[in-house]
Design a protein around this ligand. Structure first.
Ligand code: DX5
Ligand code: ZN
Length: 227
């Protein structure tokens, strides 16, 4: 039984001056999750937004808020993101020496715990935390910016992690340079959650539904759900 497919538009590519409308627009255009990229200018070379933005967008959608923390340290902020309305909180394996503790802390807050791996980080980094996670996020670009080119080695990493996960109830997500052109290969390799920024927000609001549908149908075809 494969895990449900989730298309997760990243609001990093949205119009920051109109977050509420943008979130409502992707919600009504077929997004399954809303992906929220939090950057601190320290762990990654860019600054985006923090828990107040999560709190502000929360009333605009009932969909899963998938919060990707590109911050170090992460632990001091987990409770704030949980209280702000995050459903999934993902920390980076590279963000601190105590990944196990961070994941335990997220679950103790009643949220789904995710772990993310940068392109250079081997999958063995999560060998000993697989029973503590609800989601593994494979970065297919170096985190920090939207609109970068997909790094092809991520496909192999997804396949390896899929095998490591076995039958555990863990979502396998990919983030960075995801488009309708590579969504099929990613789904075939085992990813069931696809983050997309530029590929969803390109062309303005009237294009969001078609953009999401194009990614979804490429993935569904690869999953054998579309004939
Ligand atoms: C990169 C972020 C991504 C990014 C994806 O650091 O984690 O979520 O917004 O954007 P695209 O889809 O444009 O590569
Ligand atoms: Zn992200």
């Amino acid at each position: 039984m494969q895990r449900a497919l989730a298309i997760a538009p990243s609001i990093l590519a949205a119009d920051f001056a109109r977050f509420g409308e943008e979130v409502r627009a992707i919600d009504s255009s077929g997004a399954d999750w809303v992906h929220v990229d939090v950057m601190d200018g320290h762990f990654v070379p860019n600054i985006s937004f923090g828990p107040q933005v999560v709190r502000a967008i929360r009333p605009h959608t009932k969909k899963v808020l998938d919060v990707h923390l590109m911050i170090a340290p992460a632990d001091p902020y987990l409770a704030e993101f949980a209280a702000a309305g995050a459903d999934i909180i993902t920390v980076h394996a590279e963000a601190g020496p105590h990944l196990h503790r961070s994941l335990q802390a997220i679950r103790a807050l009643g949220k789904k715990a995710g772990v993310s791996l940068n392109p250079a980080t081997p999958e063995s980094a999560i060998d000993y935390v697989l029973d503590l996670v609800d989601l593994v996020l494979v970065m297919s670009v170096n985190p920090g910016f939207g609109g970068q080119a997909f790094i092809p080695s991520a496909l192999d990493k997804v396949a390896r992690i899929k095998a490591m996960i076995g039958d555990r109830p863990i979502d396998l997500e990919v983030d960075g340079g995801v488009t309708a052109d590579n969504a099929g290969a990613l789904a075939k390799a085992g990813a069931n959650a696809l983050v997309a920024g530029s590929a969803v927000f390109k062309g303005g609001e009237s294009a969001y539904a078609d953009n999401i549908a194009a990614i979804r149908s490429a993935a569904e075809r690869a999953r054998g759900e579309l004939v």
